[in-house]
Design a protein around this ligand. Structure first.
Ligand code: GLA
Length: 690
């Protein structure tokens, strides 16, 4: 809901449990008023009446108080908007007016040939913000920086910053540290979201998992990006973020051209980190993830089992085993196309390898379907191996700088998707693939970062960085429209492209190439700070772990770890014993039973994985599922009971595993015993309200 004061200069956006307010002064300064618990328009008016502070030499009255600080004038903070024409730099805007459309509020400003619009939309308690910048003058405008939003926090002492950092095979690990004066920036200058940081930050002063105020911000952009968190000299905190890492030229806007930033979403919660993440999950399920009401199937993926060495017979053998244990979707990973027998060749040639699949993929797909499963394939459309028919025919289709070396990672180069011919080629190839083979699922990979992001002949600053992302989005949108039953997974060497932008056009994400079930607990703990279990793919692979560390773990531990998200199996099932297969079948069956609660329920992180034992709870309509893990028991001490959350204290709950009936009050206050012991133990406990 948008409420507007009579003077048309104070706006109040209200969600179910929060409000956001802003005010335009008589001098057209757009000030932030409020972000937090619900307030009224009268409250916003009272806040707007307070005079600006800081009228001293060397201090700006605007710094730290503006909704969207532009460059120029009495400001010294990092500008959200920075533009340059042939003659001058910076912005001096005048207010043009506002309008609302449904839940969206749009404020319009103009500065001599430049039209700037600020957009706000409340979805649940999440405020979505973005900007539009249009050149409606006669000269060229260089957009050095156009952040999607600047968020202003209330005056408090002792802010802490939480972030999700990592690298390949170690993504989304939560780190929290006190904020100090100055600025902290996170981002990616790699052309994709990156393994190094998820585009999310959270700020609090004294929140716990279930109590206290948490401010969170998350960007919906799958290219390079930057979020800067600044504690200003008067201790006020602002967060600004948007597409692009540097301030050195986002785009050149010719007369008539415009730029729309991605969405930078913000959320205030007073339910601690758990409350904040449940609100993020609800927002994504309702407004971001396509078809989130449909549960994701249990999949098998061939990568760790067979790597590049694949054939129809061998995949069919895996498929038979997969079907036996209850898998619902069989995915053939890398190695089915072109001359792709290793990572040196074939990327770009999206036709089945004639030696391996002489009659194409359809016979295998039919066999998989005949076993009662859906069929999926792996692709990496944005890339090419120099050793490929595509590259031999079109060496100029890759990103490169004239006369410079073309840097290879994993023997591959990045296609320049800003080129219309490249985009059309990819559409044709993928369309041909999906129309000729009964494919239900596409794992869409992206296995290297941009390095030589040039486009010979195109003037600086080049559109390639942003156009690549828009082209990817357009391709996915077009494929989804043409093949509405096909699901897509976003993968980038694991979790290198996870953000709200890609999330709005894919059904799930490959969380990490790290399938070690213990490491995964920390990675999953981090990812669920922002994204729901419904998108978090996790496979049970072989023990000892072949991909990473050789760790030995039980099938039980591996399954319970992977059951915390979208369960998959990725081990070499042809080498699993009859007992292992039988056990796997029981776990898959159990997962299917708890799946609605895991994928659609409210998630409570009961105990973080940093200690020896950890636990997560999911709750949906009186059904409760607790997954608990123990790394190593010490001194024979029993694992402390886990206190459950979100239960009705007056109701009784029956534990299906133990038969115990306990009151909500006891479970909330004293907790549930997990019975874990020894090393790498895990359990699933189901409770039902009676
Ligand atoms: C990436 C993915 C893996 C697998 C390989 C195939 O690393 O993250 O899951 O698909 O590519 O080459």
């Amino acid at each position: 809901m948008v409420h507007i004061a009579d003077d048309g200069r104070t706006w109040l956006l209200s969600g179910p449990t929060s409000s956001y307010a802003l005010h335009l002064t008589g001098a057209d300064e757009l000030l932030h008023l409020h972000w937090g618990p619900p307030i009224t328009l009268a409250d916003a008016g009272a806040l707007a009446a307070a005079p600006l502070s800081g009228h001293r030499p060397f201090e700006s009255p605007l710094d730290g108080g503006e909704e969207y600080p532009v460059e120029g004038g009495p400001r010294f903070v990092r500008p959200a908007l920075s533009v340059r024409t042939d003659e001058r730099r910076g912005t001096e805007w005048g207010f043009e007016g506002y309008d609302t459309e449904g839940d969206e509020l749009r404020l319009r400003f103009a500065d001599d040939g430049l039209a700037i619009s600020l957009h706000y939309r409340m979805r649940g308690d999440v405020v979505e913000r973005w900007v539009g910048v249009a050149n409606d003058g006669h000269g060229r405008v260089e957009l050095l920086r156009a952040d999607a939003a600047t968020w202003t926090l209330p005056d408090r002492e002792g802010w802490r910053l939480s972030q999700l950092h990592g690298r390949w095979a170690a993504e989304s690990r939560l780190a929290t540290a006190p904020l100090t004066y100055g600025e902290k920036t996170i981002g990616s200058r790699r052309g994709h979201t990156g393994h190094q940081h998820l585009p999310w930050v959270a700020l609090d002063t004294d929140a716990t998992e279930e109590r206290g105020e948490v401010y969170g911000c998350a960007l919906g952009w799958s290219g390079s990006w930057r979020i800067a968190v600044a504690q200003l000299p008067d201790a006020r905190v602002q967060i600004t973020g948007g597409a692009g890492y540097d301030d050195s030229g986002l785009l050149l806007l010719a007369p008539g051209e415009s730029y729309t930033s991605p969405v930078f979403a913000g959320l205030w919660s007073d339910g601690g980190f758990g409350g904040a993440s449940r609100a993020w999950h609800a927002y994504q399920r309702a407004h971001v993830i396509p078809g989130a009401e449909r549960d994701r199937p249990v999949l098998f993926n061939s990568w760790e089992a067979t790597h590049f060495d694949i054939s129809e017979e061998q995949q069919a053998a895996l498929a038979r085993r997969a079907a036996e244990i209850g898998v619902e979707l069989f995915v053939v990973d890398d190695g089915w196309f072109g001359a792709r027998t290793g990572d040196r060749a074939g990327l770009g040639d999206w036709t089945p390898n004639p030696d391996r699949f002489p009659h194409g993929l359809k016979p295998l797909a039919d066999r998989v379907r005949g076993l009662g499963m859906r069929f999926g394939i792996w692709v990496e459309p944005e890339m090419v191996n120099p050793d490929s028919d595509l590259y031999r025919a079109h060496p100029d289709w890759v990103q490169h700088q004239p006369g410079r070396k073309r840097t290879e990672f994993r023997n591959q180069l990045v296609l320049n998707l800003a080129r219309p011919d490249v985009r059309e080629y990819l559409w044709e190839r993928l369309d041909a693939l999906l129309s000729s083979t009964p494919v239900d699922y596409v794992k869409w990979d992206f296995n290297r970062s941009f390095t030589d992001a040039g486009w010979p002949g195109e003037p600086y600053p080049q559109r390639l960085w942003t156009d690549h992302v828009h082209a990817l989005y357009a391709l996915l949108d077009r494929l989804r429209a043409a093949y509405p039953e096909v699901a897509f997974e976003s993968c980038s060497g694991g979790g290198g492209r996870i953000d709200l932008g890609i999330m709005s056009r894919t059904d799930q994400v490959w969380t990490s190439d790290n399938t070690d079930p213990l490491d995964r607990l920390a990675i999953q703990h981090g990812l669920t700070q922002i994204h729901p279990a419904r998108v978090m793919a996790a496979w049970v692979t072989d023990s000892p772990n072949t991909q990473l560390n050789g760790r030995v773990s039980s099938l039980r531990f591996r399954f319970v770890s992977a059951m915390a998200g979208v369960l998959g199996v990725g081990g070499d099932l042809t080498r699993w014993s009859a007992e292992e297969l039988a056990e796997a079948r029981r776990w898959v069956e159990l997962y299917k039973e708890i799946r609605p609660v895991v994928q659609r329920g409210e998630l409570y992180r009961l105990r973080p994985p940093a200690g020896g034992s950890s636990a997560v709870q999911y709750a949906l309509d009186g059904e409760v599922v607790v997954l608990a893990w123990l790394q190593a028991q010490s001194y024979g001490e029993p694992v402390p009971a886990v206190r459950l959350r979100g239960l009705d204290p007056t109701a009784s709950y029956e534990c299906r595993e133990t038969g115990e009936v306990l009151s909500g009050s006891v479970l909330l206050h004293h907790g549930l015993r997990t019975g874990l012991k020894g090393d790498l133990d895990a359990t699933v406990l189901r409770l039902r309200r009676i």
